[in-house]
Design a protein around this ligand. Structure first.
Ligand code: COA
Length: 211
Protein backbone atom coordinates (compact mmCIF):
# COMPACT_ATOMS: atom_id res chain seq x y z
CA UNK A 1 0.00 0.00 0.00
CA UNK A 2 3.02 2.27 0.49
CA UNK A 3 4.34 1.74 -3.06
CA UNK A 4 2.94 5.16 -3.95
CA UNK A 5 5.49 6.83 -1.67
CA UNK A 6 9.17 7.39 -2.26
CA UNK A 7 11.70 8.24 0.42
CA UNK A 8 14.81 10.35 -0.02
CA UNK A 9 16.81 13.11 1.68
CA UNK A 10 14.89 16.26 2.61
CA UNK A 11 15.46 19.15 0.19
CA UNK A 12 15.25 22.89 1.02
CA UNK A 13 12.05 23.14 -1.06
CA UNK A 14 10.38 20.77 1.43
CA UNK A 15 11.25 22.70 4.62
CA UNK A 16 7.98 24.67 4.73
CA UNK A 17 5.62 21.78 4.02
CA UNK A 18 7.48 19.45 6.39
CA UNK A 19 7.32 22.06 9.16
CA UNK A 20 3.53 22.17 8.71
CA UNK A 21 3.39 18.37 8.66
CA UNK A 22 5.55 18.18 11.78
CA UNK A 23 3.17 20.44 13.67
CA UNK A 24 0.16 18.40 12.52
CA UNK A 25 1.73 15.09 13.50
CA UNK A 26 3.02 16.35 16.86
CA UNK A 27 0.23 18.72 17.76
CA UNK A 28 0.89 18.31 21.49
CA UNK A 29 4.66 18.19 21.67
CA UNK A 30 6.90 20.98 22.92
CA UNK A 31 8.59 21.36 19.52
CA UNK A 32 5.32 21.71 17.65
CA UNK A 33 3.82 24.14 20.15
CA UNK A 34 6.78 26.51 19.79
CA UNK A 35 5.37 27.58 16.43
CA UNK A 36 6.08 27.25 12.72
CA UNK A 37 9.35 29.18 12.89
CA UNK A 38 10.80 26.70 15.34
CA UNK A 39 9.53 23.72 13.32
CA UNK A 40 11.18 25.07 10.13
CA UNK A 41 14.47 25.67 11.89
CA UNK A 42 14.35 22.17 13.36
CA UNK A 43 13.86 20.51 9.96
CA UNK A 44 16.55 22.74 8.40
CA UNK A 45 19.02 21.95 11.20
CA UNK A 46 18.82 18.23 10.49
CA UNK A 47 18.73 18.59 6.70
CA UNK A 48 21.82 20.78 6.60
CA UNK A 49 23.93 18.79 9.04
CA UNK A 50 25.87 16.06 7.22
CA UNK A 51 26.20 14.03 10.43
CA UNK A 52 22.39 13.83 10.67
CA UNK A 53 19.66 11.91 8.90
CA UNK A 54 16.78 13.84 7.34
CA UNK A 55 14.39 11.83 5.19
CA UNK A 56 11.13 12.82 3.53
CA UNK A 57 8.46 10.51 2.13
CA UNK A 58 6.59 12.01 -0.80
CA UNK A 59 3.44 10.78 -2.51
CA UNK A 60 3.01 10.26 -6.25
CA UNK A 61 2.28 14.01 -6.64
CA UNK A 62 5.54 14.93 -4.91
CA UNK A 63 3.78 16.10 -1.74
CA UNK A 64 5.60 15.30 1.51
CA UNK A 65 3.57 12.88 3.66
CA UNK A 66 6.15 11.89 6.24
CA UNK A 67 9.65 12.45 7.53
CA UNK A 68 12.29 10.96 9.79
CA UNK A 69 15.05 12.90 11.55
CA UNK A 70 18.04 11.49 13.34
CA UNK A 71 21.37 12.48 14.80
CA UNK A 72 24.34 10.94 16.56
CA UNK A 73 23.59 10.89 20.29
CA UNK A 74 26.63 13.10 20.82
CA UNK A 75 24.93 16.03 19.04
CA UNK A 76 21.92 16.60 21.28
CA UNK A 77 23.59 19.47 23.12
CA UNK A 78 24.43 21.15 19.78
CA UNK A 79 20.77 20.88 18.74
CA UNK A 80 19.55 22.54 21.94
CA UNK A 81 22.22 25.25 21.67
CA UNK A 82 21.64 26.04 17.99
CA UNK A 83 17.86 26.17 18.35
CA UNK A 84 17.86 28.10 21.63
CA UNK A 85 17.33 31.53 19.99
CA UNK A 86 14.35 30.40 17.90
CA UNK A 87 12.99 28.48 20.90
CA UNK A 88 13.19 31.70 22.95
CA UNK A 89 11.22 33.52 20.23
CA UNK A 90 8.68 30.68 20.27
CA UNK A 91 8.26 30.98 24.04
CA UNK A 92 7.92 34.78 23.90
CA UNK A 93 5.21 34.49 21.24
CA UNK A 94 3.46 31.57 23.01
CA UNK A 95 3.92 32.55 26.70
CA UNK A 96 0.99 30.34 27.74
CA UNK A 97 3.36 27.38 27.26
CA UNK A 98 5.03 28.30 30.53
CA UNK A 99 1.84 27.37 32.39
CA UNK A 100 2.21 23.78 31.18
CA UNK A 101 4.05 21.61 33.72
CA UNK A 102 5.32 19.13 31.16
CA UNK A 103 6.59 21.94 28.95
CA UNK A 104 8.44 23.45 31.89
CA UNK A 105 10.01 20.06 32.71
CA UNK A 106 11.33 19.66 29.14
CA UNK A 107 12.56 23.24 29.13
CA UNK A 108 14.35 22.74 32.45
CA UNK A 109 15.98 19.58 31.16
CA UNK A 110 17.25 21.33 28.02
CA UNK A 111 18.56 24.29 29.98
CA UNK A 112 20.42 21.93 32.30
CA UNK A 113 21.91 20.19 29.28
CA UNK A 114 23.02 23.52 27.82
CA UNK A 115 24.57 24.59 31.11
CA UNK A 116 26.51 21.33 31.41
CA UNK A 117 24.45 20.20 34.40
CA UNK A 118 23.24 16.94 32.86
CA UNK A 119 19.66 16.73 31.68
CA UNK A 120 18.43 15.98 28.20
CA UNK A 121 17.70 12.41 27.22
CA UNK A 122 20.84 11.53 25.29
CA UNK A 123 22.33 9.65 28.21
CA UNK A 124 19.55 7.07 28.00
CA UNK A 125 19.62 4.21 27.44
CA UNK A 126 22.87 3.52 29.31
CA UNK A 127 25.97 3.23 27.16
CA UNK A 128 25.59 -0.50 26.65
CA UNK A 129 24.69 0.09 23.01
CA UNK A 130 27.51 -0.40 20.52
CA UNK A 131 28.62 2.98 19.20
CA UNK A 132 28.28 4.99 17.07
CA UNK A 133 24.61 5.27 17.95
CA UNK A 134 22.18 7.37 15.95
CA UNK A 135 19.04 8.59 17.64
CA UNK A 136 15.71 8.62 15.79
CA UNK A 137 14.85 12.08 17.05
CA UNK A 138 11.64 12.68 15.17
CA UNK A 139 9.31 10.76 12.88
CA UNK A 140 5.93 11.85 11.64
CA UNK A 141 3.36 10.86 9.03
CA UNK A 142 0.58 13.17 7.93
CA UNK A 143 -2.68 12.20 9.64
CA UNK A 144 -4.28 11.28 6.29
CA UNK A 145 -1.48 8.80 5.46
CA UNK A 146 -1.13 7.13 8.85
CA UNK A 147 -1.84 3.44 9.36
CA UNK A 148 -0.78 2.41 5.84
CA UNK A 149 2.75 1.28 6.66
CA UNK A 150 4.49 4.54 5.78
CA UNK A 151 5.87 5.00 9.32
CA UNK A 152 7.43 1.53 9.16
CA UNK A 153 8.96 2.29 5.77
CA UNK A 154 10.46 5.48 7.18
CA UNK A 155 11.91 3.58 10.15
CA UNK A 156 13.46 1.03 7.78
CA UNK A 157 14.88 3.78 5.54
CA UNK A 158 16.25 5.48 8.65
CA UNK A 159 17.98 2.26 9.75
CA UNK A 160 19.39 1.74 6.29
CA UNK A 161 20.78 5.30 6.17
CA UNK A 162 22.23 4.93 9.69
CA UNK A 163 23.96 1.72 8.63
CA UNK A 164 25.42 3.47 5.57
CA UNK A 165 26.76 6.20 7.86
CA UNK A 166 28.59 3.62 9.97
CA UNK A 167 26.24 3.49 12.96
CA UNK A 168 26.26 0.23 14.93
CA UNK A 169 23.03 0.90 16.80
CA UNK A 170 19.96 3.12 16.74
CA UNK A 171 17.79 4.31 19.61
CA UNK A 172 14.72 6.41 20.33
CA UNK A 173 12.41 7.51 23.09
CA UNK A 174 8.65 7.40 22.91
CA UNK A 175 5.85 8.29 25.28
CA UNK A 176 4.25 5.24 26.87
CA UNK A 177 0.79 6.31 25.64
CA UNK A 178 1.88 6.51 21.97
CA UNK A 179 0.51 3.11 20.99
CA UNK A 180 0.78 3.63 17.21
CA UNK A 181 4.44 4.62 17.40
CA UNK A 182 5.30 1.74 19.75
CA UNK A 183 3.54 -0.72 17.44
CA UNK A 184 5.45 0.73 14.49
CA UNK A 185 8.87 0.37 16.22
CA UNK A 186 8.16 -3.13 17.50
CA UNK A 187 7.01 -4.17 14.02
CA UNK A 188 10.40 -3.00 12.74
CA UNK A 189 12.25 -5.17 15.27
CA UNK A 190 13.26 -2.51 17.80
CA UNK A 191 13.63 -3.77 21.39
CA UNK A 192 12.49 -2.20 24.62
CA UNK A 193 15.38 -0.95 26.79
CA UNK A 194 15.42 -0.65 30.57
CA UNK A 195 13.62 2.56 31.49
CA UNK A 196 15.10 4.95 34.05
CA UNK A 197 12.77 5.18 37.05
CA UNK A 198 12.91 8.97 36.97
CA UNK A 199 11.26 9.02 33.53
CA UNK A 200 8.03 7.04 34.08
CA UNK A 201 6.18 8.37 31.03
CA UNK A 202 8.86 7.42 28.53
CA UNK A 203 9.99 4.18 26.91
CA UNK A 204 13.31 3.64 25.20
CA UNK A 205 13.80 1.40 22.21
CA UNK A 206 16.95 0.39 20.38
CA UNK A 207 18.16 -1.88 17.62
CA UNK A 208 21.59 -3.23 16.77
CA UNK A 209 22.54 -2.66 13.15
CA UNK A 210 25.40 -5.06 12.57
CA UNK A 211 25.01 -8.80 11.85
C1 COA B 1 4.05 7.00 14.76
C2 COA B 1 3.74 7.22 13.29
C3 COA B 1 4.94 7.86 12.61
C4 COA B 1 3.46 5.84 12.65
O1 COA B 1 3.20 6.08 11.28
P1 COA B 1 2.22 5.12 10.47
O2 COA B 1 2.39 5.39 9.03
O3 COA B 1 0.86 5.22 11.02
O4 COA B 1 2.87 3.69 10.86
P2 COA B 1 2.50 2.25 10.32
O5 COA B 1 1.26 2.28 9.50
O6 COA B 1 3.73 1.67 9.69
O7 COA B 1 2.28 1.42 11.67
C5 COA B 1 1.40 1.87 12.64
C6 COA B 1 0.91 0.67 13.43
O8 COA B 1 0.27 1.10 14.60
C7 COA B 1 -1.04 0.59 14.63
N1 COA B 1 -1.84 1.58 15.33
C8 COA B 1 -2.35 2.74 14.89
N2 COA B 1 -3.02 3.35 15.87
C9 COA B 1 -2.91 2.54 16.96
C10 COA B 1 -3.39 2.61 18.27
N3 COA B 1 -4.09 3.65 18.71
N4 COA B 1 -3.10 1.59 19.12
C11 COA B 1 -2.36 0.54 18.72
N5 COA B 1 -1.85 0.41 17.47
C12 COA B 1 -2.14 1.41 16.61
C13 COA B 1 -1.42 0.42 13.18
O9 COA B 1 -2.49 -0.50 13.06
C14 COA B 1 -0.10 -0.14 12.64
O10 COA B 1 0.10 -1.50 13.01
P3 COA B 1 -0.24 -2.74 12.01
O11 COA B 1 0.56 -2.52 10.76
O12 COA B 1 0.14 -3.95 12.76
O13 COA B 1 -1.70 -2.66 11.71
C15 COA B 1 2.45 8.10 13.11
O14 COA B 1 1.41 7.51 13.84
C16 COA B 1 2.64 9.55 13.53
O15 COA B 1 3.08 10.39 12.76
N6 COA B 1 2.26 9.86 14.77
C17 COA B 1 2.36 11.25 15.30
C18 COA B 1 3.79 11.63 15.55
C19 COA B 1 4.46 10.66 16.51
O16 COA B 1 3.88 10.28 17.53
N7 COA B 1 5.70 10.25 16.19
C20 COA B 1 6.47 9.32 17.01
C21 COA B 1 7.05 9.98 18.20
S1 COA B 1 8.10 8.89 19.11
Amino acid sequence: MTDNFSISSITPQQFDSLAVLHRQAFSNSMNARLGLGYAKKLIKWFAENPACIALAAVDSHGRPQGYALGMPTTLSKNLSRDLAPVAAVGIISHPQLLFDREFRAVLRSRLRLLCGLGGGQAKYPPPSLPEPTISLTGIGVSPSSQGQGLGSRLVEAFESRARTMGARSVRLSVRIDNAAAIRCYEKCGWSLCPTPAELPTVRYYSKLLFA
